[in-house]
Design a protein. Structure first.
Length: 504
């Protein structure tokens, strides 16, 4: 089995940076033992202008059979000849995917301590696989890779025998991919799609394969048009696991849609102003407003209630002033996705000690939520049935009682500015309601009064003079007991526009 990865460079960014990203020195030929043979990494060319890394996997087919793991392609156990005479040593398959995780483990994770900014930057890549089984033909190869940002996808059929063209084409193709992608993204795509095209795996597919698929498919699989086929084939058509993975991917898609589907209209740039800078997405502005409010409040121990996929938790961990971050969600699948996003199993000891993910419902009081500086409910309350809001209110403001509570929710008045949103329709199918500014202020004011908090309102996103901002933020601050009294609740507008509103 053979795979090559090539890139080009400049004097400022030499192509040999590929060696840093792969953690394999271009001047060395290295060999690595795998469970099914030996993997070799070598560089046929390594100059500042062009660099190519090659992965050569030597498979021992006899050892493969003797381990009892050769049945993925050979058919019935008594098909002795098929067990020993097959394409396993030559054609790219799940064996090559597993070898990639052994040899390019850090590169798959996008980790490069020497050149971290290079690892995060798309680079010109050419990837070639000389012999790739393509169950579905060249057409399927294009359908799998073309949506992933490759500028050129070439799947050239390999003849059964060049001396006898009348025999026709084999089921193998020579794959060439060219485009500008992050190296980690390209490797993850190959890790998933090589066994998908082969439509077979050399090992028994256990439940942990779902986690592997979701981890490698992060950022591209949830929106892929061939998601169902990829998921089914990768999991060897085990329908229970396929259904579990599809449900998790749908959760990812819905969570991303909640932040981007309707808001994408806000990010449109006038076609006549090519030099205009693309506006910041509303979801990013929302997280920036929350972080700004938490820093202003001096919070260090923070709860993210209804944390979903963990985007806010991820941002909080980037700031060392937040010494303890707890994400809570009612959905275990959402927490699993958040754990993969945060790479909890790979965090260093100090950083891992700062974060915790827990399952729980805001419909009930929870002693685990007590004694924190701040709690965040970002785009949460609109997903709760109105009759359950009093229970949520008591669980957060009455029982947990953090010093600061931040609540964000859509402003329904702004919906008329979304040209893509039909009149009278809420922004997301799971929203139980969407409030006007007056309705939100009325609810927040009563909550503050009942539980001894002051409340301040801030705009998130462009503050339209007619319909207000797309997102409204309430900052609740606990009033000291000495100041509490019948008229102690403070309700006010923010006198200083938040940074994200100014930018808008």
């Amino acid at each position: 089995m053979f795979l090559t990865i090539s890139t080009t460079g400049t004097p400022e960014r030499p192509a040999t940076d590929l060696g840093f990203l792969l953690h394999k020195h271009p001047d060395k030929a290295q060999a690595f033992s795998t469970s099914h043979g030996t993997a070799h990494v070598l560089y046929p060319e390594a100059t500042a202008e062009r660099c190519t890394a090659a992965l050569l996997l030597e498979v021992d087919p006899v050892a493969l059979v003797r381990r009892g793991r050769g049945k993925g392609r050979g058919g019935a156990p008594d098909a002795a000849l098929a067990q020993y005479v097959n394409d396993r040593p030559y054609a790219a398959s799940s064996l090559l995917s597993v070898a990639m995780t052994t040899v390019f483990k850090s590169a798959l994770r996008g980790v490069c301590t020497a050149l971290p900014e290079r690892a995060e930057t798309p680079m010109p890549l050419r990837i070639e696989v000389p012999a790739l089984p393509a169950s579905g033909g060249p057409g399927l190869v294009h359908r799998l890779f073309a949506p992933l940002g490759w500028e050129r996808v070439k799947a050239e059929p390999v003849a059964l025998d060049e001396k006898f063209p009348e025999w026709g084409e084999s089921r193998y193709v020579r794959l060439v991919l060219e485009g500008r992608l992050r190296l980690a993204d390209a490797l993850r795509q190959l890790y998933v799609l090589l066994p998908v095209l082969d439509d077979a795996k050399h090992y028994w597919v256990a439940p942990d394969e779902v986690d592997k698929l979701l981890r490698a498919g992060d950022g591209w699989l949830a929106e892929h048009p061939e998601q169902k086929l990829i998921t089914s084939r990768y999991l060897s058509r085990r329908w229970g696991l396929t259904r579990q993975a599809m449900e998790a991917l749908e959760l990812v898609r819905l969570a991303e849609a909640d932040d981007t589907e309707v808001e994408s209209i806000d990010n449109a740039v006038d076609e006549t102003t090519d030099t205009e800078e693309k506006p910041v997405p509303l979801a990013v502005r929302r997280r920036a407003a929350i972080l700004d409010a938490l820093r202003t409040a001096g919070a260090s121990r923070v709860l993210d209630l209804g944390c979903g996929q963990g985007q806010l938790v991820q941002e909080l961990l980037k700031d060392a002033r937040f010494t303890e971050v707890v994400g809570m969600d009612v959905s275990m699948r959402a927490l699993n996705i958040a754990a993969r996003r945060l790479r909890l199993d790979q965090l260093g000891e100090r950083r891992a000690a700062r974060v915790k993910l827990i399952q729980g419902s805001l419909a009930y009081t929870d002693k685990r939520l007590k004694r924190y500086d701040a709690a965040v409910l970002s785009e949460v309350i609109e997903h709760v049935d109105p009759e359950r809001l009093p229970a949520l209110e008591y669980a957060v403001f009455g029982a947990a009682r953090p010093q600061t509570v931040l609540v964000t929710t859509p402003n329904v008045e702004y919906n008329v500015r979304w040209e893509s949103l039909p009149a009278g329709q809420v922004r997301h199918g799971d929203h139980r309601f969407e409030w006007t500014r007056e309705e939100f202020r009325g609810w927040a004011g009563k909550v503050a009064e009942r539980h001894g908090y002051g409340v301040e309102f801030r705009a998130v996103g462009p503050d339209d003079p007619e319909v207000g901002p797309p997102t409204q933020l309430a900052v609740f601050t606990m009033i000291p007991k000495s100041a509490t009294g019948p008229d102690s609740t403070v309700t006010q507008e923010s006198t200083t526009a938040p940074k994200e509103a100014k930018a808008a």
